[in-house]
Design a protein around this ligand. Structure first.
Ligand code: MN
Length: 203
């Protein structure tokens, strides 16, 4: 069965002014659509991937070719990305995730470390907040479309938050100001979804 491009869970302009309608339209309808189509090419070419979930494919990545790595990562990362965003100011950290953030050193420190990882990722990639099975949060980054679920990830874990620092994610609005994009992005975090993912990871 082929992977399908998941619909955005909100309107294209729902995250304005942080993420423009134009950026969201290209990012979802062109970039995510292309990762989906190329992932399907890679899956069709490899019988051992037949019927595997995208998470199962992440767990086999060390044995798979760049076509599946880049586009499978792109497929999972963007599906995650749309879901962990929501209209500006609609949610706030709560529950066990808030406790974990407090244990980390507080939300300001988490943001500072995350923004630092995102700004410091040379070239294209992602910044992440991941959780290990003990519930501890860690801030990391990955190059290209790699993610912490891949079996050969240098810093493995379950993503709770992630931000896309490819230029296609911000250039139309922020031009070369990646730090400005990273700072503004916190206004559209979907803390309810992040909390659900935290709870599932530590359950
Ligand atoms: Mn992207």
């Amino acid at each position: 069965m082929a992977f399908e491009l998941p619909p955005l869970p909100y309107a294209y302009d729902a995250l304005e002014p942080v993420i423009s309608k134009e950026t969201m339209t290209f990012h979802h309808d062109k970039h995510h659509a292309a990762y989906t189509a190329k992932l399907n090419e890679g899956v069709e070419a490899d019988p051992k991937l037949a019927g595997k979930s995208i998470e199962e494919i992440m767990g086999m990545m060390s044995q798979l070719p760049p076509l599946v790595r880049n586009n499978g990562g792109g497929y999972w990362n963007h599906d995650f990305f749309w879901k962990i965003m929501a209209p500006k100011g609609s949610t706030q950290p709560s529950g066990k995730l808030k406790e974990a953030i407090d244990a980390y050193g507080g939300l300001d420190k988490l943001k500072e470390d995350f923004n630092g990882k995102g700004a410091g990722q040379f070239g294209s990639g992602w910044a992440w907040v991941i959780v290990d099975s003990s519930g501890k949060l860690k801030v990391t980054s990955t190059p290209n479309q790699d993610n912490p679920l891949m079996d050969d990830a240098k810093e493995p874990g379950t993503p709770v938050l992630g931000n896309d620092v490819w230029e296609h994610a911000y250039y139309l609005t922020y031009k070369n100001d990646r730090p400005g994009y990273l700072k503004a992005w916190w206004d559209v975090v979907n803390w309810d979804e992040a909390g659900r993912r935290y709870d599932a990871a530590v359950a």
